[in-house]
Design a protein around this ligand. Structure first.
Ligand code: NOJ
Length: 532
């Protein structure tokens, strides 16, 4: 059964919110965030107005890659609590109209997952073919030239059996073999396990890499036209990434999703360089992902012409009936308040206004709503294996994973006072939830008003997108029949013409409620929503 338009409204018209659970709220004083901590913050999230939470992995993991190395897909890691806690989060969320999405990690398991432990027993092991094994090349070296996303060869020799296994990420994250039907069946069970418990959907980790070239062909050399990471690797990822057969797997999960009364949401981590490639993950608009993260947009500069061009291309090429996603931060990239805004609150508000007013579902990352910047990480603080490996050339992903500052106290109300969180607390005295709740002019108060406007105004929630002509460094677009969003993304005031109606949302609260008719002066790095 295909989802009808009404079934999509909760997420298409809503705002979704990513939680990095280890860094959200520590309920038991061990320095790590946990599920009880999230439950204790549900009222805050409901007041913020978000429709659903996506939790980065909370399943059992030895934490070589902080949860993205899964050792049991159907249980909760003790660091976070228990299955009962997860059930409670789902039911307490439902009482507040906040749904829960989990993270599905199908490309690889932990090397401690029982499937891999068995696979290593030898060539005849039951689960041997669940992973990607290959004989050495003629010179005894790795079977081909594939490079791990996290550096070095993507192959590791298993000496007892004389074969190599593939790991596109850490050595402790062996890649599953998605050509094997038993792997597919096992994941069918896993998705049903969570969906039957009331989980509203999944964010699917690296879903563009799940399946690899069946012949394991060498990747071609990178050229100067390739993205920088591939140039540094020396090869273009043609055969270990973005293979067409990944779409068969997504169609299979979409079919399962559609069997639920409320179809479960499939959101993909589609970290691809081209918008045309992103569009493929929507299939025919109804048979693959509900939404794919747009990394072209995430990686773009906060610049009116650049962002408008991306949005226009998405609008022009998205399959009929499909729906875009917009996000500026996550647990793998520098936070938008740092990367886009350089810590400047006016730019943060503009970025939030863009995310919350475009046609498509915004995903905020925890802390975006208060304009939280990247945390202060010294070499001694590092917890991310990638940062440890590449320091100081790349500081890894810890800066965007520092704990959520709830109050202005030393530990920011994240852990009880006196307990040091697993990563350093940012400057909580400067930026925290409690102070911003109390301040009508704070970034948080702006974010709340923007979410409330988006949810209640049909144009902003579901209406069409049309670019309007406007001066350089401004971005003006119409949503639906009668709502215009005008942004001045420059350091000088700009005059924008053709704005008629009431200002229902403004980055500068003083302007809200005023009527405009014709030419309007818009201050540097500020924006208005005008409804006729
Ligand atoms: C993408 C996840 O977001 C990232 O945190 C992780 O390290 C890799 N996939 C590997 O699972």
């Amino acid at each position: 059964m295909a989802a009808g338009p009404g079934e999509d409204r909760w997420w298409r018209g809503g705002v979704l919110y990513q939680i990095y659970p280890r860094s959200y709220a520590d309920s038991n004083g061990d320095g790590y965030g946990d599920l009880q901590g999230i439950i204790s913050r549900l009222d805050y999230l409901a007041d913020l107005g978000v429709a659903a939470l996506w939790l980065s992995p909370v399943t059992v993991s030895p934490n070589r890659d902080w949860g993205y190395d899964v050792a049991d897909y159907c249980d909760i890691d003790p660091d976070f609590g228990t299955l009962e806690d997860l059930d409670r989060l789902v039911s307490e969320g439902a009482k507040r109209d906040v749904r829960i999405l989990l993270d599905l990690v199908p490309n690889h398991t932990s090397d401690q997952h029982p499937w891999f432990v068995d696979a290593r027993r030898g060539r005849d092991a039951v689960h041997r073919d669940w992973y990607v094994w290959a004989d050495p090349a003629l010179d005894g070296g790795p079977p081909n030239n594939w490079i791990s996303v996290f550096g070095g060869s993507a192959w590791e020799l298993d000496e007892p059996s004389g074969q190599y296994f593939l790991h596109n990420f850490e050595l402790e994250q062996p890649d599953l073999n998605w050509w094997n039907e038993d792997v597919r069946n096992a994941f069918d069970e896993i998705v049903r396990f969570w969906w039957d418990r009331g989980v509203a959907g999944f964010r699917i980790d690296v879903c563009n890499m799940m399946i690899k070239d069946a012949q394991l062909r060498d990747n071609p050399p990178a050229t100067e036209d390739d993205p920088l990471d591939q140039q540094l690797m020396g090869v273009r990822s043609v055969y270990n990434s973005d293979r067409p057969e990944a779409h068969d797997i997504l169609r299979r999960w979409r079919a399962i999703s559609n069997r639920y009364d409320t179809p479960r949401l499939l959101i993909g981590e589609t970290n691809v360089e081209q918008l045309a490639t992103l569009m493929q993950f929507y299939g025919n608009g109804h048979d693959e992902l509900h939404g794919g993260f747009n990394f072209v947009f995430i990686n773009a500069a906060l610049d009116a012409a650049t962002m408008r061009a991306i949005v226009e291309e998405v609008e022009a090429t998205l399959p009929d009936g499909a729906w875009p996603l917009w996000t500026g931060s996550n647990h793998d990239v520098s936070r938008l308040a740092t990367r886009w805004a350089g810590g400047d609150a006016a730019r943060v508000r503009c970025a939030l206004m863009i995310l919350l007013c475009l046609r498509g579902t915004p995903f905020l990352y925890q802390g975006d709503e208060i304009g939280l910047t990247d945390g202060p990480i010294e070499q001694a603080d590092l917890r991310d294996a990638v940062g440890i490996r590449f320091w100081p050339y790349y500081k890894g992903r810890d800066p965007e994973r520092t704990p959520m500052p709830w109050t202005h106290s030393r530990e920011g109300g994240f852990s009880p006072e006196g307990v040091r969180p697993w990563l350093p607390m940012a400057d909580a005295a400067r930026c925290n939830v409690a102070d911003q709740v109390a301040d009508p002019d704070s970034v948080l108060s702006f974010t709340r008003r923007a979410i409330a406007r988006r949810v209640s105004n049909e144009d902003l929630a579901l209406g069409s997108y049309t670019s309007l002509v406007s001066p350089g460094d401004t971005w003006v677009f119409q949503r639906g029949q009668g709502t215009v969003v005008a942004l001045n993304m420059s350091d000088a005031a700009r005059e924008i013409s053709g704005l008629r109606g009431s200002i229902t949302l403004a980055t500068d609260r003083e302007r809200e409620g005023h009527r405009v008719d014709g030419v309007v002066t818009v201050a540097p790095w500020s924006g208005l929503v005008v409804e006729s």
